[in-house]
Design a protein around this ligand. Sequence first.
Ligand SMILES: C[S@@+](CC[C@H](N)C(=O)[O-])C[C@H]1O[C@@H](n2cnc3c(N)ncnc32)[C@H](O)[C@@H]1O
Length: 364
Amino acid sequence: MQETWVAENSPTGTNPTITLRSFEKVSNPKSIHGIYPYRGKMSAIDAAHVISQLSSTDNLLDPFCGTGTIVYEAQARGMKAIGVDNNPIACAVARGKTEPVYVDATIHHLESAVEEAQNSKSYPSMPTGPACYFHPDTANQIMSMLHVSEDFSAFETSVLYGSICVAARACNGWIWTSTSVGRLNPPLRQVDFYKILMRKARKHIVYVRGRPQAAIHQYDTRRIFDVIPPKSIDVVYSSPPYFDALDYTGYYTKIVLEVLGVDRGTVRDGLIQRYSTYRDDMMKAMKAIDRVVKEDAIIIFVVGDRMVHRKLIRGSEFFTKIAPWGEPYTVERSYTNTPSKMWDKINNTQRKEQVIVWDLGRSR
Ligand SMILES: C[S@@+](CC[C@H](N)C(=O)[O-])C[C@H]1O[C@@H](n2cnc3c(N)ncnc32)[C@H](O)[C@@H]1O
């Protein structure tokens, strides 16, 4: 459970334009955001709370949108939202959450696809790498579904990817935790992939129509000006890649990429996730973002404190130093009764999540 939100170091003479508060819980796995277990996925409840304080007429950009948590919540508020991420799995899921969907037609289409997959006699075998995670019968069901998925909508594709993750966990006895994903727990159990897929589709589908359509670009944010017009963005709201070089092609996404036969190394090469170049990469990305924001834009980054080579680095200080936007204000949340608290005790640290806000209209 989280403790308090505290606004600190506002530039003298300014009132914070964004305030934050504590919540009893930060996630709702039954919502559309539970469709895929992405590494680094942020709390949709936090995102919705911040977005509720913005103007619904603003153009919002999330330049590291991952699976589109912020983009979806902004779109739900009626904002024109744009997401950019260079990870194809993240972009597929972000599109799946934000593209219009019709419940009955989608469920019917997926049921027909399951029937076609069940009757399919020829489909490729699962590559040997990921096959170790699945019972052979489940692996065959996955490959038969992939085989009939060419005409899938973005929502259906997201359900398919999310179901591969659920099936991997189920075949391994449901005992994976966030730190043991990918650990083999024989004997592998046989689970019905078709049932997992239909259950997932029904659980996460929401009827979305009549909202401004969000745009998701699969692109490198260090060159975001290629895909976003100059000075067009009112609000940037994002949780950038973590500076302890978290691998966004790892975790469940490793299994999905391998099942799809996509080269993980190539995807990883397009992402900011090497500690040695992190600072330069983020500076490049921030300079590129600077070209697409309006003069009076608000830029909100969600960051955290991290232990790097046994040294505690405060996210807010790090980003304040390298950003081209002057003095921000920071809002900070500490944790109690969470695993983070336990790590703090072991490492003798005080890990905090921080939200940094640059209000360019005031600070430039
Ligand atoms: C902390 S995650 C964002 C998670 C997201 N808020 C969500 O809820 O799913 C950071 C994201 O930055 C992306 N990323 C890293 N380097 C990138 C780059 N050069 N260009 C675009 N996106 C990048 C990663 O793929 C990852 O999805």
